[in-house]
Design a protein around this ligand. Structure first.
Ligand code: C5P
Length: 244
């Protein structure tokens, strides 16, 4: 149990804990708020880092045959629609340096096994993106930075109508019915209340270049601290003094 001066105990060191861990960013906000655009801009600006995106959509539960026959009655915006245990399992593996296969969700067939899974390797930065990604405290606890993309409801609805009719081949009546029955109430009841957990709230999503620049600057500073820990693990002492 004797610890030499200047060395760090292997399992209890703060530095050891820090420098092995990826930097995890959570990106939440209503459907069609511009979350994907924000993620893409962050990835673009962090081109010299290994960054992966894990979408909450990949963890939608598969529907039963009965649910499939009455899909218009299924609430895809409720927290129970997602398999959060599976998401936590994936994050646990990535944080321990293991590659994982993440399902690709098909919005047309409502199935997560319709496409081959996507292999994701451990990375320096993991972006966790989804409408309800701040809902479960265990998922929130994984995050080093939380971003809420705040876009007006009319903009989100207009984008959704365009996206669902063009990309998902749904008719406009179905899109509007789903919006008033499930999407809007779930936004008010479950998504909007998670805004309070955000470290940063971005108005206008991906159009907000100033916000994205500031976020990327902050991530770079934090990654620099991670890198310092990798090079100088004994910085543990300095870290505990100055609470980096
Ligand atoms: O990508 P985004 O975060 O916008 O996706 C979430 C939205 O996808 C939810 O508002 C949900 O209603 C919708 N959705 C859907 N059909 C599915 C699964 C999700 O319309 N099969």
């Amino acid at each position: 149990n004797k610890i030499n001066a200047g060395t760090v105990p292997p399992t209890t060191s703060v530095a050891d804990h820090m420098y092995n861990q990826p930097f995890v960013i959570g990106v939440a906000g209503g459907a069609a708020a511009g979350k994907t655009e924000v993620c893409n801009m962050i990835i673009q600006q962090l081109h010299d880092q290994r960054v992966v995106v894990v979408n909450q959509d990949s963890f939608y539960h598969n529907l039963t045959e009965e649910e499939l026959t009455r899909v218009q009655d299924y609430n895809f915006d409720h927290p129970d629609a997602f398999d959060t245990e599976q998401l936590l399992g994936v994050m646990d593996k990535l944080k321990h340096g293991q590659a994982v296969d993440i399902p690709n969700y098909d919005f047309k067939s409502y199935k997560s096994h319709a496409f081959p899974a996507r292999r994701v390797n451990p990375s320096d930065v993991i972006i966790l993106e989804g409408i309800l990604i701040f809902h479960d405290p265990r998922v929130r606890e994984l995050m080093n930075m939380k971003i809420f993309v705040d876009t007006d409801a009319d903009v989100r609805l207009a984008r959704r109508i365009k996206r669902d009719t063009v990309q998902k081949s749904r008719d406009i009546g179905t899109v509007l019915d789903q919006y008033s029955k499930f999407v809007k109430p779930a936004f008010d009841d479950f998504i909007l209340p998670t805004k309070k957990y955000a470290d940063i709230i971005i108005p206008r999503g991906g159009d907000n270049h100033v916000a994205i620049d500031l976020i990327v600057q902050h991530i770079r500073t934090k990654l620099g601290q991670h890198d310092l820990c990798k090079i100088y693990p004994n910085l543990y002492v300095i870290q505990s003094t100055f609470q980096i």
